[in-house]
Ligand binder design. Structure first.
Ligand SMILES: [Zn+2]
Ligand SMILES: [Zn+2]
Length: 363
């Protein structure tokens, strides 16, 4: 006897469930085609930290006073004086000759104003909230006062450890795609200059919160004075300047403009020279590429311009480009332009800037 096996007939319930799944999948696909969802998780962490900090009264800290201190670090008188000196150095000893009001300079000035006004409150909130959450969740993290360690010794340790944490966070920015979506804005600058240090997406600061940990651990032994933070910021800003300076033998320890420019190199690789102030982390992890006379005039930016830049087009349209640059991490990925550092070399395209007779950029 032959028994014919028949597939079970679909019940109305099963069919409805299948239709529901298909509908949900179609919705997810539509959402994915409009938004890069992983980027939303960074924004969610930022929003969560701000909400927590607000609810916990910023860990007992004075929010306004903390914000003022941070603003002093970002655009205080000493910072502005240091930046002024660097701007003069850029004119006197440029790595690349450029018009004084190059498009990239104007765009980075926009980012500077944005940082001084709207980003400072956000970073203050993130900093206070992260420190409070870390101390509440891991109270053992804070070491007691160590009598044998002088205050300056603790400050030196915090400084070096903070620089190491920034190195690791920077490496993560290049290795983790959703972080890279925020970090690529910084790398999109084709007219690198001292203000490029401010050309960052506000949410990228979430990834650098780890750099607060050394300060939390040694809280009872010392804290970084504001002046030292201003100097640190000045060193990082100077590393972005359009100056032909390599610091001589000191360039083996401190990040010089000629050294950091290799990190922004248009034809990569970009996962080298990740250091903020010290080159020792790059040397330790075999990521250091020291400058040579041939590399000083390196073109910078992202090949293929995966992110809209002010240098594209006949007119710069600074404000609309600025808005597009901030929204970009949440836009769906163009798979052909996935420029995570590992793939950068395979995706070369002609240098995007108008570069004429040694004069780069356009106005
Ligand atoms: Zn980078
Ligand atoms: Zn940089």
């Amino acid at each position: 006897m032959v028994i014919a096996l028949q597939p079970p007939a679909l019940t109305a319930k099963t069919a409805a469930r299948a239709q529901g799944h298909a509908g949900a999948e179609a919705q997810r696909r539509t959402l994915r085609s409009r938004i890069y969802l992983p980027a939303c998780s960074i924004a969610a962490v930022a929003a969560g930290l701000v909400a927590l900090g607000w609810a916990n009264h910023w860990g007992g800290n004075d929010f306004a006073a903390s914000m003022t201190s941070l603003r002093v670090v970002v655009v205080g008188p000493l910072t502005l004086a240091i930046i002024g000196v660097f701007l003069i150095a850029e004119r006197l000893r440029p790595a690349q000759r450029r018009p004084i009001f190059a498009r990239g300079y104007r765009q980075d000035l926009l980012f500077t104003v944005f940082n001084a006004t709207l980003v400072v409150p956000l970073v203050t909130a993130l900093t206070l909230s992260f420190s409070d959450v870390a101390q509440r969740a891991f109270p053992w993290l804070v070491l007691p006062r160590i009598g044998t360690v002088p205050r300056w010794g603790a400050i030196a340790v915090i400084f070096v450890a903070m620089d190491a944490c920034n190195w690791f966070a920077h490496m993560a920015n290049h290795r983790v795609k959703m972080l890279w979506r925020f970090h690529e804005l910084h790398h999109s600058q084709e007219d690198m200059n001292v203000l490029t240090v401010f050309r960052t997406h506000p949410f990228i600061h979430v990834s650098y919160l780890v750099a607060l940990i050394p300060g939390i651990v040694l809280l009872a032994n010392g804290a970084l004075p504001i002046t030292l933070l201003v100097i640190y910021g000045g060193v990082v800003a100077f590393a972005h300047s359009n100056t032909n300076l390599g610091f001589g033998p000191l360039g083996r320890i401190f990040v010089s403009p000629n050294y950091h420019r290799q990190h922004h190199k248009l034809d990569g690789p970009q996962d080298v020279n990740l250091g903020f102030a010290l080159t020792i982390w790059d040397q330790l992890f075999h990521r250091a590429v020291f400058p040579t006379p041939e590399t000083i005039r390196t073109d910078t930016g992202l090949p293929g311009r995966p992110l809209v830049v002010e240098q594209a087009g006949v007119r710069p349209h600074h404000f609309s480009v600025f808005a597009a640059q901030l929204v970009a991490p949440f836009r769906p990925m163009d798979k052909d332009l996935d420029l995570r550092s590992a793939g950068v070399r395979a995706l070369r395209s002609p240098a995007p800037s108008a570069r004429r007779d040694g004069v780069t950029s356009s106005i």
